[in-house]
Design a protein around this ligand. Structure first.
Ligand code: C5P
Length: 415
């Protein structure tokens, strides 16, 4: 089962988003997207092509965004009576969802037959243009469309998706528009400060599962939420993100590469390999300290005697400590961040753990029972002392922690 991502995007409050709709059945999803943006506090303006108006009415979009909807470049309502200039000037970001094959072709050719294409062409420098294509799989795969997608990307637009699956035409394949929640993530990512631009971030997340026999094992209550929130925040900050996840039920954030593992040994192997290419390692995983010395080949059976089986354990490798000893980390090219969950003596234990693991920064959970919750509070411990990140949703806390990591990177400008 995959959980719906949290609708926790306070950073969109007051941001000015221009949502463009072109002709396609995915217009019905644009209505939901509009609602999500508005619920997140964004000020949404909507522009629709004439083809889009055949799939969904401007009235529907007007009711959802609470603003007049624009469909014509001859509309005299904007201040200077030039809708195509004024609407683009007002926006901090333009998202066209759905973007039809024809619309992408128009942009690729620099044509501007209708208001929405005019807006895209006339948008001021620095205003991101996001396109969420939606079309039949053969239209998507057609060399002309692929050429146009390549061209608009080269011209600076971000092409989002596409997703694969069942299509309205009855076919199955690539060409579906991303889900509204994913598009919301793309908008927050595009508007976020790029404090980790171009860096490669490796994150371990979730619990591990240590098998006893084919049907039993030892695990813990880690949900993976903090690690996945860190992955999302790192991607939004401009990083290339590789997540190594134990068994969790959390949706992969948009743009993040994910490798699933089960045991601590598997997590160790995957992390050590990715660490050779990373600039930052963030160890949020709750790794089992021990594993059963042997996994029984068959299910261990009760024999009716009342005897209980004895389990013998061996210690798992400490992934974080090993990464901190790897050549890139020792050379100062890989910045390592640990997490700690302590039930007592938080500061003392966290400081000792940071030293023992040989990492520059450790984030200690303040208060017990953070596992599975949607909020958290952290005490950051580094060589110069401690700093509290007050209680907040894991999403917001992850954004703050990413900013703190960026500030501490070698070569970062002093705050
Ligand atoms: O030793 P402890 O489990 O309290 O340390 C917590 C930190 O160390 C976390 O960042 C966790 O991801 C990491 N860790 C690890 N490998 C282990 C145990 C912990 O990477 N075997």
């Amino acid at each position: 089962m995959t959980e719906t991502p949290l609708l926790d995007t306070p950073e969109l409050a007051g941001r000015r988003v221009l949502l463009g709709l072109t002709g396609g059945i995915a217009c019905y999803k644009a209505a939901e997207l509009c609602r999500l943006l508005v619920r997140s506090g964004a000020q949404v303006r909507v522009a629709m092509t004439h083809a889009a108006c055949r799939f969904i009415t401007p009235l529907t979009m007007q009711a959802l965004c609470g603003q007049p909807v624009f469909t014509s470049q001859w509309d005299a309502r904007p201040h200077n009576h030039m809708a195509h200039i004024e609407l683009g000037r007002e926006a901090e970001l333009i998202l066209v969802a759905p973007a039809s094959a024809d619309f992408i072709a128009q942009l690729a050719g620099g044509r501007a037959d209708e208001l929405l294409a005019l807006l895209c062409l006339a948008r001021p420098d620095g205003v991101p243009l996001l396109l969420a294509p939606a079309m039949n799989r053969q239209m998507w795969q057609h060399p002309a469309t692929q050429r146009n997608v390549h061209q608009v990307s080269a011209d600076g637009a971000s092409v989002l998706g596409v997703a694969s699956g069942a299509q309205a035409c009855g076919e199955v394949g690539e060409g579906r528009m991303l889900a509204p929640e994913q598009l919301l993530q793309c908008v927050t990512a595009a508007l976020a400060p790029k404090s980790l631009a171009g860096l490669r971030v490796l994150i371990s997340a979730g619990p591990t599962f240590e098998a006893i026999d084919p049907v039993r094992g030892i695990t813990n209550l880690s949900s993976g939420k903090m690690g996945f929130a860190m992955a999302r925040a790192a991607f939004e900050a401009g990083a290339q993100v590789q997540l190594v996840a134990g068994p969790v039920h959390v949706a992969t954030p948009y743009g993040v590469q994910r490798t699933d593992v089960t045991s601590a040994l598997q997590m160790h192997a995957a992390v050590m390999e990715y660490a050779t290419q990373a600039d930052i390692f963030i160890a949020t995983a709750a790794v089992a300290d021990w594993r059963p010395a042997e996994k029984a080949a068959q299910k261990i059976k009760k024999d009716g005697s009342g005897d209980t089986p004895a389990l013998h354990f061996v210690e798992n490798p400490d992934i974080l400590a090993d990464v901190a000893l790897s050549p890139r980390a020792v050379a100062g090219q890989l910045f390592c961040v640990g997490f700690a969950a302590e039930s007592e003596n938080l500061l003392e234990y966290a400081a000792a753990k940071r030293q023992r693991k040989g990492v520059p920064l450790l984030a200690a959970n303040i208060g017990a029972a953070t596992f599975g919750r949607d909020d958290n509070a952290l005490l950051l411990v580094d060589e110069s002392g401690t700093q509290q990140l007050p209680r907040a949703s894991k999403r917001v806390l992850a954004q703050r922690l990413i900013a703190e990591i960026a500030r501490r990177l070698p070569g970062a400008a002093a705050a």
